[in-house]
Design a protein around this ligand. Structure first.
Ligand SMILES: C[S@@+](CC[C@H](N)C(=O)[O-])C[C@H]1O[C@@H](n2cnc3c(N)ncnc32)[C@H](O)[C@@H]1O
Length: 207
């Protein structure tokens, strides 16, 4: 039940840059998920809305959303200053004015206190496993729930543990384990709108 060490240090600029260079090449279908989030926000919200991305990395999703949805204000939360620097380089000044970058570590107690507001959409894409063990998922989801506005959406996309996907069953969860963790955090009506090549999206809406 020990944490699974990470093979790279994403707070290191070279490691962050390497991740940026390879992520979309290895998994071009990431764009399908980004397209899903963007379409969802476009069709569900017309007034100004608050989006929080946890483990936002080099800012691919922020750039995708901010360049298309002008009513979005984006909060990017990550423990890596190197990732935030890469993310900010992707935005023009108008996009940049609707984005804020927070340094924080979601493995620390009370990590959510730094966020100090509620959100209409909270997205964690390919970063839930950065908790470094699946045993932390339920408490993480519980913390996220307190940050959502009424009718807010929680979107969790991560690699599945499955024969044709990821094999480490301490780091990655199978579908049922994801569903159990979300239900234990009192999320109901869990949808799975998209699954491609072992990446699976779970979508929850607050009552
Ligand atoms: C695999 S990358 C995914 C980046 C982005 N979501 C994407 O898909 O393009 C995971 C991100 O989570 C961040 N991260 C890892 N552990 C973290 C922690 N404990 N707290 C906050 N961010 C963390 C890393 O710095 C990295 O930017």
């Amino acid at each position: 039940m020990n944490d699974v060490p990470s093979p790279i240090d994403l707070r290191n600029y070279d490691d962050a840059l390497e991740w940026q260079i390879t992520a979309n090449v290895k998994r071009p279908w990431r764009q399908d998920f980004f397209g899903y989030y963007t379409k969802l926000i476009r069709t569900q919200t017309v007034d100004k809305c608050q989006v929080l991305e946890l483990g936002s990395g080099p800012g691919f999703l922020a750039q995708h959303i901010l360049s298309q949805l002008f009513h979005v204000e984006y909060t990017a939360f990550d423990f890596s200053d190197a990732m935030h620097r890469l993310a900010q380089q992707k935005l023009n000044s108008a996009e940049r004015s609707r984005a804020r970058y927070l340094i924080g570590n979601f493995k620390e107690a009370n990590w959510k206190n730094a966020l100090a507001q509620k959100y209409d959409y909270i997205i964690i894409h390919q970063a839930l496993h950065e908790l470094r063990h699946k045993k932390y998922a339920t408490d993480f989801h519980k913390a996220v729930k307190t940050l959502l506005n009424p009718k807010g959406h929680y979107l969790v996309c991560d690699h599945l543990c499955a024969p044709d996907a990821m094999k480490n069953d301490q780091l990655y969860m199978n579908k049922q384990e994801h569903l159990d963790a979300l239900k234990q955090a009192s999320f109901e009506n869990i949808k799975m709108p998209l699954e491609i090549e072992g990446l699976c999206l779970f979508e929850m809406i607050m009552e």
